[in-house]
Design a protein around this ligand. Structure first.
Ligand SMILES: [Ca+2]
Length: 185
């Protein structure tokens, strides 16, 4: 009985290692988009609501950032637009590296979304990738990772934007600064 258990555990271990190696093969495709608030690079743009622009901010990524006002229920959001990402699979892993380094970024539940749509260029749905407590985030890059899937079964997922929404908690301010999107499939 103990011998059998060891054998089973050994086989499971081999399977996991083998599967992991296969998963990391050259078949994996990675797409990256690096941007900032208020980008000027070709193909990049933004949209926002109730987010004031501040420049000359040492510590911020490229010395600028956006910040929501101290008004409860301000419904603030910020969207980073980038050159379209196309995934030719039913699902992919999305990693968001979010730059946070300002004492006024205090939203405890800033919610981040990744746009997925079946055909690049059409409006899609915003998949929730996770939330960050901006008030206690470490200064610098903070990471969220989640696997998202095509919502209508089509084996092609397009994406043009990531957005962050305020939790609307009283006296808290949502911040938006640098962003790196990494998609792997
Ligand atoms: Ca910035």
């Amino acid at each position: 009985m103990p011998r059998g258990k060891r054998t089973a555990a050994f086989c499971l271990c081999c399977f996991l290692i083998g599967g992991s190696c296969v998963g990391l093969s050259a078949n994996a495709t990675t797409i990256t988009r690096s941007t900032d608030n208020d980008p000027v690079a070709s193909g990049y743009s933004y949209d926002c609501y109730n987010m004031t622009y501040y420049s000359g901010m040492p510590g911020s990524y490229n010395n600028d950032m956006r910040l929501s006002p101290v008004i409860s229920g301000n419904n603030a959001y910020y969207s980073w637009f980038y050159p379209g990402i196309t995934v030719n699979k039913l699902s992919c892993t999305v990693k968001l590296d979010v730059y946070l380094n300002n004492a006024n970024f205090t939203d405890p539940k800033a919610r981040y979304y990744y746009e997925i749509n079946p055909i690049e260029g059409t409006s899609g749905v915003m998949a929730n990738i996770g939330e960050i407590n901006q008030n206690f985030a470490k200064p610098g890059w903070n990471t969220l990772v989640k696997t998202v899937s095509s919502y209508d079964g089509r084996t092609r997922i397009g994406s043009r934007q990531v957005s962050v929404s305020a939790s609307n908690e009283p006296n808290k301010q949502l911040g938006a600064d640098g962003l790196i999107v990494t998609v792997t499939y």
